[in-house]
Write a protein that binds this ligand. Structure first.
Ligand code: ADP
Length: 272
């Protein structure tokens, strides 16, 4: 009889512990939601004044040459460049909070992925070549239709290329787009600092940053790769990396061809 009593009290303790754990999880979830809403609101609040800073700066920069002294122009250009950088960071935070709260709306549309990717990559050519590096782009014709969210694809290519540029001090950046099996495959290869093997499994985790392996500190937030991984997963695709320290890295994104795998209501008729 005593044994049964002991068992019952053990059971009760177990149930109480489970209930306590459930309450704690619910509390944590509430705090997490509040954090996401805060992130989202604050990012929105930052955007308006930033746009109001950028507009007059752009007007100033478009004045006929001669209206500004060389030093004035240089200072305005620096201010403008940094305001644009800040706006990009704020937009990344907005994307991030949308993903966190599950509010990221995707619009998949039939896309000429080769043309879109070539255009995006072309924006980088001047800055890469100015730094004394080479940019190579190879694209195959993709016969089966590709459906992507344009905004997300732009972010994927932009982030991977920015990283390839940021973490490469000399050599070549190669972009390849092809169709393999049932996927459109984007590969971005660099001859940069590389990533230590132990870090590779963590590369797409939120806020993860590799310690400055070369002794040089690279600025960043550790958001970019986790964000584009979420974008890739929304497309029912995948993303991966292989790398050798001191030799370079290759990031690969695969997006399924066709549209059968995508939610019907998120496919728009607009052809881009
Ligand atoms: P950020 O660049 O803002 O730190 P990311 O999420 O884009 O954030 O990248 C996370 C980390 O992955 C970076 O801090 C960097 O250490 C590493 N990384 C990303 N791309 C490369 C690359 N092409 N070569 C070497 N390291 C990279």
């Amino acid at each position: 009889c005593e044994l049964i009593g002991e068992r019952a009290s053990l059971e009760i303790n177990k149930m109480l512990a489970i209930e306590e754990e459930r309450k704690r999880a619910a509390e944590l979830e509430k705090i997490d939601k509040a954090k996401t809403v805060f992130f989202s609101n604050i990012s929105h609040e930052f955007r308006t004044p930033l746009t109001l800073i950028l507009n007059p700066l752009e007007e100033l920069l478009h004045q006929p040459s001669g209206n500004l002294s060389a030093i004035e122009r240089k200072n305005i250009e620096t201010t403008h460049r940094n305001a644009v950088r800040l706006l990009k960071l704020v937009n990344t935070l907005l994307d991030f909070s949308r993903i966190e709260s599950g509010r990221q709306q995707a619009n998949y549309a039939l896309t000429d992925l080769v043309a879109l990717t070539r255009n995006l990559v072309a924006n980088f050519r001047a800055v890469i070549e100015k730094a004394g590096m080479k940019l190579v782009i190879k694209t195959d014709t993709i016969v089966r239709p590709v459906y992507v969210d344009r905004h997300m694809w732009e972010k994927i290519v932009f982030n991977l290329l920015s990283n390839a540029f940021k973490y490469t001090l000399a050599g070549t950046i190669t972009v390849e787009l092809s169709a393999e099996d049932q996927y459109a495959v984007l590969k971005i290869m660099d001859t940069g600092v590389g990533i230590p093997e132990a870090e590779l499994p963590h590369m797409f985790e939120r806020f993860h940053r590799v310690q400055n392996v070369t002794g040089r500190t690279f600025e960043g937030t550790g958001i970019g790769l986790s964000l584009i991984k979420e974008f890739t997963l929304l497309h029912k695709g995948d993303i991966g990396v292989i790398s050798e320290l001191g030799k370079g890295s290759t990031f690969t994104v695969r997006i399924p061809l066709g549209k059968e795998h995508l939610p019907k209501q998120q496919i728009t008729r607009v052809h881009q």
